[in-house]
Ligand binder design. Structure first.
Ligand code: CP
Length: 382
């Protein structure tokens, strides 16, 4: 048996004669040994995976769940990805690491935000974002109120900004807003005292989605340098595409956008991406293939071919994935249209698809966002 010590007696990798894969053994003081497969035959890759696992365990043990830090990100709102510096993005990613491990525990409850009031205000449908903010808030000990906006006084003619002013009078700590109007979260942030998080404004921005995507990628590749990421499909209507282009390029990745001409706006070129209308050319040498939903609810007129035609040209299946790097991973922010943007078996193939991992990372990143923003707000005079 080959054995390599990476952290004295605490971290080893070893390979049994009857196995191709490197195994990882972590033994922390006063803890039972943890053994798991690295699922790779490559020594360099096994070392990287082992160190990642070890560091995650250590950060979970040393976790400092207090609200007294000076974060690199200093605002008490999170409205857009555009303009975030590399260090600010890394601040969100780094603070979320402790929550990844925390969220694996049996009892997932902290007092960090005890007594804080958080409002979910979703004026558009959502599963992942709304529920993950709710899970995040509750795990941190906050009280979360889901406002049933479809049954609210907006139906009686109250303006959105009046609704926000009304809720502001109840002294909330955070307002999480999803709305079809572009720029609305920014307007709200100017009239309320609470922290405001943009949970998606029309086709413009969805910063926490891009942060969770960056976290998912970081955990697979560690660094963004030399990474090539393809974002494919309906770029035109996608706030996820815009936020991801901003964040992933700032972190150092190179971005290809791929889709039909009618679904790629010309202005996207200004964001420094490479544009392709053909999957074969666009996927060449890509490490990550991020598929996007066709946003039927935002498409006016005849932008796209029928769904079968679309799948043939732009839907991701195993055959098209071969155009990318041999071990390229697949992502999708969800909700996905199986058989339109992505082949159903590929979406469920956990050796290639990071879709479920993205959802898991969504809770951790949103816990970090709530922690950082509320802490920042506590420091300012209101
Ligand atoms: N990715 C995303 O925003 O999903 P939901 O619309 O379900 O929140």
């Amino acid at each position: 048996m080959k054995k390599i010590n990476l952290k004295k007696d605490q971290l080893q990798i070893y390979k049994r004669e009857n196995s191709d894969f490197w195994q990882i053994k972590i033994k922390l003081p006063y803890k039972k040994s943890l053994r798991k497969s690295s699922r790779t035959k490559i020594l360099k890759e096994a070392k990287r995976i082992a160190l990642n696992n070890y560091n995650n365990l250590i950060s979970a043990r040393n976790v400092n769940f207090t609200l007294s830090k000076n974060y690199f990100y200093q605002s008490h709102h999170l409205i857009e990805s555009k303009g975030l510096t590399k260090k600010e993005i890394e601040c969100f990613l780094n603070e979320s690491i402790k929550y990844i491990e925390f969220n694996k525990q049996k009892i997932k409850k902290l007092n960090l935000l005890k007594g804080r009031t958080i409002f979910n205000l979703f004026f558009e449908d959502s599963t992942r974002t709304r529920t993950s903010f709710e899970v995040a808030a509750k795990r941190l000990g906050a009280d979360l109120i889901n406002v049933a906006v479809k049954d609210s006084s907006i139906n009686k003619g109250e303006t959105l900004l009046d609704t926000m002013t009304t809720i502001n009078s109840m002294s909330p700590d955070v307002l999480i807003v999803r709305h079809p109007e572009e720029g609305i979260s920014n307007k709200i942030s100017k009239i309320v005292k609470a922290c405001v998080i943009n949970a998606g404004d029309g086709s413009r921005e969805h910063p926490t989605q891009a942060l969770l995507d960056a976290l998912t990628i970081k955990r697979k590749f560690n660094s963004f340098k030399n990474l090539k990421i393809a974002i494919c499909g309906d770029i035109y209507h996608s706030r996820v595409a815009r936020s991801n282009i901003e964040i992933l390029s700032t972190l150092g990745a190179s971005i290809n956008v791929i889709g039909p001409k009618s679904l790629i706006p010309k202005e996207v070129k200004k964001l420094g991406v490479n544009i392709y209308y053909d999957m074969k050319k666009g996927l060449k040498n890509c490490d990550i293939v991020m598929m996007l939903r066709i946003q039927k609810e935002r498409i006016v007129g005849t932008h796209i071919p029928n769904e079968n035609e679309y799948f043939k040209k732009y839907g991701l299946d195993y055959k098209k994935l071969e155009y990318a790097k041999k071990k390229a991973f697949v992502m999708h922010p969800g909700p996905m249209n199986r058989g339109v943007e992505i082949e159903t078996n590929l979406a469920d193939d956990i050796t290639r698809s990071l879709i479920q991992e993205q959802v898991t990372m969504g809770v951790a990143i949103r816990m970090a966002c709530l922690e950082i923003l509320i802490n920042n707000r506590d420091k300012i005079e209101l």
